[in-house]
Design a protein around this ligand. Structure first.
Ligand code: GLU
Length: 469
């Protein structure tokens, strides 16, 4: 059974780099009918917080990255780590070390002065020390002295590291707590992880982890270390570059399916295809298609992908998201409001759900100002007479529907002997604040009588005030 895992440290929100790793793990497990494990690596008690755990779980849920197992919490597995540390000591794969901080500092200085790589010299390795009550000791793993660690990384290719390069790393601190490399190894072993996909900031840990796995006679998983995501300046993506948290994109009106699509392409390709359904991602994904070089996060591209999804997803899905946003903004709407027409019109012209909602806000609340260009072009004295006439006729209209409104617009154009645009466009700017809307008769119907009349009146006042001679 193939098993992947996503193992975030809950020291902050889920950022796009983590989300991409999670997505790759998720896709691969789905493709091979394996299992996807979520493991919260919360052993750093000072930096891990319950809010971060929740933020990660929320983001995974928003993205739809469901897991087959977990979340496991490393803090709930301390006994197991201690048991394995004990086992390693008993089997001669680990030892107690009592080297003081001063000794280690001196050693490091000497090595640096001699232009050597700082590393533990194995001073306590063969002393057979036992812990004693008042003497602080750590536990170190006995890294093999001979030979080479070799693994074939799905992204980076063949990697060989000589054991002489690796020192005896600490697996338990002086307070007894296990270190990162130990807990990861124990978890990967116990959870039966067959494929480790993670950021390449961990590639240097891998030879050490493989050595510990071997000492435990555990199978060694396959590895794929994916390159970092960079910002547009070529530096590692960080807060400096703007939004990095997944939920910031949610709040900005991006769709989870679009963000996933963007992220999958950021580090993986399938020919030159850009837009993938989730099923296509699952079907086409392959570890060997992962990019070898780092990719840069490009907000314009993400916007474009989001726009593709806005335009092409089933209308009901977009309407649903629009409603959610209106609810969030606490804007009331009638249950029978004709969302489909309005949403379908504007979704072609925007990049995000938030922009989409902004462009139809006039349906739900009075606008504070007219679109400047539209007002300049249309709300001028020649519009006064058509607007006044429309106001009079619409005020008397009993049957408020698109047909009857259309008849009134037509009647005014005839009476005043002007083209449709000279009547319809002032009406449009008056009631929507801008120069783009669904057919004007439908729009006026949608807005209802009171709102429409009120807004026409305001436009007349606006023209009179701004163009008073
Ligand atoms: N917890 C580590 C991190 O968040 C990941 C460890 C791993 O994937 O092995 O960077």
């Amino acid at each position: 059974m193939i098993k992947t895992r996503f193992a975030p440290s809950p020291t902050g929100v889920l950022h796009v780099g983590g989300a991409r790793t999670a997505l790759f793990c998720w896709l691969y497990s789905k493709q091979v009918d394996g299992r996807f494990v979520l493991r919260i690596e919360d052993t750093d008690l000072e930096r891990s917080t319950a809010e971060s755990v929740q933020a990660i779980l929320d983001a995974m849920q928003w993205l739809g990255l469901d897991y087959d197992e977990g979340p496991y919490y490393q803090t709930q597995r301390f006994d197991r780590y201690l048991e394995v540390i004990k086992q390693l000591i008993e089997q001669g794969h680990a030892y107690y070390c009592e080297c003081s901080r001063e000794r280690l500092d001196d050693l490091r200085e000497q090595q640096m002065a001699a232009k050597q790589k700082p590393r533990y010299d194995g001073c306590c390795r063969d002393l057979g020390l036992q812990p004693e009550a008042d003497r602080p000791v750590v536990v170190r793993f006995k890294n093999p002295r001979q030979g080479v660690v070799n693994f074939n990384d799905h992204v980076k290719g063949d990697i060989s590291v000589s054991n002489s390069e690796l020192d005896d790393l600490i697996i338990a601190r002086s307070d007894g707590s296990p270190t990162y490399n130990l807990s990861v190894v124990v978890d990967d072993m116990d959870m039966g992880i067959t494929h480790v996909l993670r950021g390449d900031d961990h590639v240097n840990n891998t030879p050490r982890q493989i050595n510990i796995l071997k000492a435990l006679a555990a199978p060694v998983p396959e590895y794929a270390h994916v390159p970092m995501i960079l910002g547009d300046d070529g530096k590692r993506l960080s807060k400096r570059h703007g939004a990095v948290g997944v939920m910031e994109y949610a709040a900005a009106g991006y769709l989870p399916e679009a963000l996933l699509n963007y992220l999958v392409r950021l580090g993986w390709s399938h020919g030159d295809q850009e837009i993938f359904t989730l099923q296509e991602m699952i079907d086409y994904f392959s570890l060997d298609g992962l990019n070898k070089s780092a990719s840069s996060f490009n907000t314009d591209k993400l916007k474009w992908v989001n726009q593709q999804y806005l335009m092409n997803l089933p209308l009901e899905r977009i309407v649903d998201l629009v409603r959610q946003r209106l609810d969030l903004l606490e804007l009331a709407y009638d249950d029978d409001f004709e969302f489909a027409t309005v949403v379908d019109l504007y979704r072609q012209r925007v990049f995000t759900i938030n922009e989409l909602v902004d462009s139809m806000l006039y349906c739900f609340q009075d606008f504070a100002a007219y679109d400047e260009k539209a007002a300049q072009k249309v709300l001028k004295p020649p519009a006064l007479e058509p607007l006044q006439r429309l106001l009079d006729l619409l005020a008397e209209l009993d049957t408020w529907n698109a047909e009857s409104i259309h008849a009134i617009v037509a009647r005014v154009t005839e009476e005043l002997e002007v083209g449709m645009g000279k009547v319809g466009q002032p009406l449009r700017v008056a009631v929507t604040g801008g120069s783009f809307s669904p057919p004007i008769d439908q729009t006026v119907e949608l807005l209802g009588k009171d709102r429409s009349i009120d807004r026409i009146r305001r436009a007349i006042e606006f023209i009179s005030t701004n163009h008073a001679s």
